[in-house]
Design a protein around this ligand. Structure first.
Ligand SMILES: *Cc1c(COP(=O)(O)O)cnc(C)c1O
Length: 432
């Protein structure tokens, strides 16, 4: 193939992706979101090509006059939004943020207690992921299936017995806040630290619809910056513990990050300013939409295992689709109808069920950002029924989904590119 043909191929694949995911699908992946047009524009800058090893003001490279300024601004904005003393924005993902903190709190061979895997702990908390890579031993906290949360009494006993170096809370299927206060009291009594991973709910915390674990006794929080918080893909660590912050800052670089992907920083700052202005309205609508959607699906005949608990307090919930052929089949049929979500283990599934687990995981944060309200999610629930319960041809429903999506193409709760910046050095990336 000639270079020209190859280039055309690349452009075509990229365009196909952009058109499909951005204009024709309903995206319900609970860990995704989109930036505002202004934040996207600010992502596409010369900073994507630069290095800035070390801390602002103490870099190992020249050329960082402005990247120092923007990094300090991100730290200040996030520290204000989260009402905490110390913010470390350099981890390039939530997984890296976890690696940094875990390595600071334990040595290989030490023990950590983690929220149960089948109940939604992230792979990075487990022996299969980052924890395992660091040689830290995993012990799972007991889970209360009825309350869909950590069993506090049993967990306290386990903390006293195991005396771990640290306990992780937080999950990737996170409907109800984990009991930070109770766990922190028990952990601190045996000299253990509490790490609360808020990757999924950071935007709900900045929007004041979810407790900030650092205010409830967690020693440190780790996060991604692109799930309910609609920033660029990246990681974050925050804490009020000065000694821990200093230790963390020393291990981000040189242990886990060299280049910290500087082009995230202006986009992150813009997203933080957006969340200062629109964050509460956004988080409020997310929580309303999640509940309305779960309720509508239940009315259409779907099983929502947390119905007795009021469905959810976050952006996300799960559907039990065992009787509809399992999660793998259901997720594929929905994809054929341009409804994008993922299959998910539910607490009773054995680990080997990952290929066809009982559940579907749903998140409403991205479609909320595109302006969907409670009544729109009721409409969406009908498409689910047509595809999964009535067995209609997904190709037919796909046509309806594409029409439906046309009502929700503009990003809300964020900034457009103002006139004054349009002919500036900020270039819009979605040009393809
Ligand atoms: C998504 C997620 C992470 C990892 O984040 P990445 O930014 O994808 O590395 C960590 N913890 C939890 C609970 C998550 O859901």
């Amino acid at each position: 193939m000639s270079a020209h043909t190859l280039l055309n191929k690349v452009i075509e694949i990229t365009r196909n992706h952009n058109r499909w995911r951005r204009f024709e699908c309903i995206n319900l992946i609970a860990s995704e979101n989109v930036m505002s047009p202004l934040a996207e524009a600010a992502y596409f800058t010369d900073m994507m090509h630069r290095y800035a090893e070390g801390k602002p003001g103490k870099r190992y490279y020249q050329g960082n006059i402005y990247t120092d300024q923007i990094e300090l601004l991100v730290m200040e904005l996030m520290s204000n939004l989260l009402q905490v003393e110390y913010v470390e924005p350099r981890p390039i993902s939530g997984t890296i943020a976890n690696a940094v903190v875990f390595r600071n709190l334990a040595n290989p061979g030490d023990k950590a207690l983690i929220a149960p895997v089948q109940a939604g702990a992230h792979v990075s908390h487990t022996r299969f992921g980052t924890l395992g890579a660091l040689g830290i031993e995993q012990v799972e906290l007991p889970f209360d299936m009825e309350r869909w949360n950590i069993d506090v009494d049993k967990a306290v006993k386990m903390i006293e017995e195991v005396k771990p170096k640290f306990v992780t809370l937080g999950a990737s299927v996170y409907m109800f806040p984990h009991p930070t206060k109770e766990i922190a009291e028990a952990a601190h009594a045996v000299g253990a630290k509490v790490v609360h991973d808020v990757a999924h709910v950071l935007g709900l915390i900045t929007g004041k619809r979810w407790p900030n674990p650092v205010h409830e006794g967690a020693d440190v929080a780790t996060s991604s910056t692109h799930k309910t918080f609609p920033g660029p893909q990246g990681g974050l660590i925050f804490t009020n513990d000065k000694a821990l912050y200093k230790a963390v800052a020393k291990t981000v670089f040189p242990w886990f990050v060299s280049n910290h992907h500087l082009h995230r920083l202006p986009a992150m700052a813009i997203t933080a300013i957006e969340m200062m202005e629109f964050g509460e309205a956004y988080a409020d609508q997310i929580v309303r939409n999640a509940r309305a959607f779960a309720e509508a699906l239940a009315e259409e005949g779907f099983k929502i295992p947390t119905e007795h608990l009021g469905f959810t307090q976050s952006h996300t919930f799960v559907v039990d689709v065992r009787e509809l052929g399992g999660g793998a089949k259901a997720a594929k049929l929905l994809e054929d109808a341009n409804i994008i979500l993922n299959k998910n283990l539910l607490p009773w599934d054995p680990p080997e069920a990952v290929k066809n687990p009982s559940g579907l995981r749903i998140g409403v944060q991205e479609m909320t950002r595109f302006g969907m309200k409670e009544s729109d999610f009721k409409e969406l629930a009908k498409f689910f029924r047509e595809v999964l319960i009535e067995g209609k041809d997904p190709a037919e429903i796909k046509k309806k989904v594409i029409e439906f999506r046309k009502n929700f193409l503009e990003v809300k709760y964020g900034y457009d590119i103002p006139e004054e910046f349009q002919d500036s050095l900020l270039k819009v990336p979605m040009l393809l």
